[in-house]
Design a protein around this ligand. Structure first.
Ligand code: TYD
Ligand code: MG
Length: 465
């Protein structure tokens, strides 16, 4: 038997150290090194392979050739199917990450029930909750009558033996990967070595049998998934389930997908009867809008193939601090610093004596640079105390020179805005051809200064009256 050596593995990044230290050299995190045995870890491979064995040649093939569409099992929950790219792919592994309590188990219980009703064999293995707890949840979700097979188990070998019995399952849900342990590794459950070894065994099962497997992983408060982050590269797809405390909506975001697009989102609302699909997210994010207040601008954004309208709110207030505060929720803070710098340098708008707070309404998070223009409009509006027109949307990227650059999907953004009753738009020049009728209500500034002049111009008009 191979001699097992002691080593220290960073629970944050998974790097291996030969001796303990307070800080991980690789990722800089403190107190993350944990002693683990080497046997069964990743890279060591199955023990039978470690004995010297002659290689067996495999057939090489060409890139061209027959392609089969990935066979999928769709749940019928369209927001979930959208995020997975059309359903769970047979023989693949999918990781669903998210904060504890966000609703991962709820989502997967609902998906399991929906799939079982369509005649699939679904096995739900929980390592976190007792069978009674899961039944209680299923009752609440109206899923108790489905044929989902349930087990409360944490040992990987036992789980594999259980699901090998009878007809091959179409989908196996493991809730959660952190609770699993395998005999092949001698570290404690939840450590990187255990999580990797367990995930590896399950993924191997999925590939060899053609069953789809879903692994649930908890994210820790710092946003890292202790454990799951180290299996992200092993699985075929990674979905994050996100939401803000105090808000009822949840967003299922695709981070990685070997079988589909990665910029899709699914939107849900948590109710007392589980997650409800939200097919028109814009209405949700604009729901509590107070249009007449200064500092608010509606951004026409895109999430994958879908336009999403969301309100950006800013508060610019005189500061008593030497270094004014800049606080951002739902957007990038370096990006805010850039927009502020461009406003100062090219438009003569000064924020040096002001605190700046920026918030994206509804706990939504924006990743697109196209939000620059809406942010700038909101900032200028708050600073001047002038409310922006209530029926206007904004989108466009701002370059450091102060020019406004075109962004993709202008037509789709405008269409969504129109559908929701927005009659005006501020957008970059040179966007794709606008449909006729759009032009009259569209303002297309070449530079940010043009937009600032237009917003400030409304002040002049007001005082003239
Ligand atoms: P859960 O799915 O257990 O979260 P996770 O598996 O991500 O840890 O969801 C827990 C929360 O969801 C809990 O605070 C209660 C709430 N919830 C509802 O509001 N309605 C419901 O129908 C259910 C089942 C849960
Ligand atoms: Mg759970």
């Amino acid at each position: 038997m191979a001699k097992s050596r002691i080593q220290f593995i960073c629970q944050n990044c998974g790097s291996v150290h030969t001796r303990w230290a307070g800080k991980c050299d690789a990722c800089g995190e403190w107190n993350t090194l944990v002693e683990e045995g080497t046997s069964g870890g990743i890279g060591s491979g199955p023990s039978s392979l470690r004995t010297s064995r002659k290689g067996r040649p495999v057939a090489l093939t060409s890139l061209a050739g027959e392609i089969e569409d990935a066979p999928r099992i769709a749940s019928g929950i369209s927001e979930l199917d959208r995020a997975t790219g059309g359903g769970f792919v047979r023989g693949s592994a999918l990781l669903v990450g998210g904060d504890p309590g966000i609703g991962k188990s709820t989502l997967l219980t609902q998906a399991a029930a929906a799939l079982a009703r369509r005649g699939n064999r679904i096995v739900y293995v929980s390592g976190e909750e007792a069978v009674a707890q899961i039944r209680l949840r299923a009752q609440r979700l109206g899923a108790a009558d489905s044929t989902v097979e349930l087990a409360a188990e944490t040992n990987v070998e036992d789980i594999l033996a259980t699901i090998a019995d009878g007809r091959r399952p179409d989908l196996v849900i493991i809730d959660s990967i952190q609770t699993l342990w395998t005999d092949a590794a001698d570290s404690a459950p939840g450590t990187v070595t255990q999580v990797r070894a367990a995930a590896q065994a399950l993924i191997r099962y999925a590939k060899s049998t053609g069953a789809a497997i879903v692994l649930v992983g908890h994210v820790t408060k710092e946003g890292q998934i202790a454990g799951p982050r180290v299996v992200e590269h092993m699985v075929d797809a990674v979905l994050y389930f996100e939401g803000e405390g105090g808000h009822h909506h949840r967003i299922l975001r695709t981070v990685k997908n070997r079988f589909g697009p990665t910029d899709e989102i699914g939107v849900f609302e948590m109710s007392d009867k589980g997650l409800r699909e939200v097919s028109n997210p814009s209405e949700l994010f604009l729901g509590e809008r107070h249009a007449a207040a200064p500092g608010a601008a509606v951004f026409a954004g895109m999430e994958g193939t879908r336009p999403v309208l969301v309100e950006i709110q800013s508060l610019v207030a005189p500061t008593s601090l030497g270094t004014p505060r800049r606080a951002v929720v739902g957007w990038d803070s370096p990006r805010l610093a850039m927009v502020l710098a461009v406003l100062e340098a090219h438009c003569g708008v000064r924020f040096g004596q002001h605190d700046v707070y920026l918030n994206v309404a509804g706990g939504y998070r924006i990743a697109e640079p196209a939000a620059d223009l809406a942010v700038a409009a909101a900032l200028v509006s708050s600073l001047t105390g002038l409310a922006l027109p209530a029926d206007c949307v904004y989108f466009g990227e701002i370059s450091l020179s102060g020019a406004i650059r075109p962004v993709a999907h202008a037509q789709q953004r405008l269409k969504e805005a129109e559908k929701l009753g927005f009659g005006q738009a501020v957008l970059p020049r040179g966007s794709e051809e606008l449909g006729s009728g759009n032009d009259s209500r569209a303002f297309q500034p070449a530079t940010l200064a043009d937009l600032v002049v237009r917003i400030a111009g409304s002040l002049r008009r007001d005082t003239d009256d």
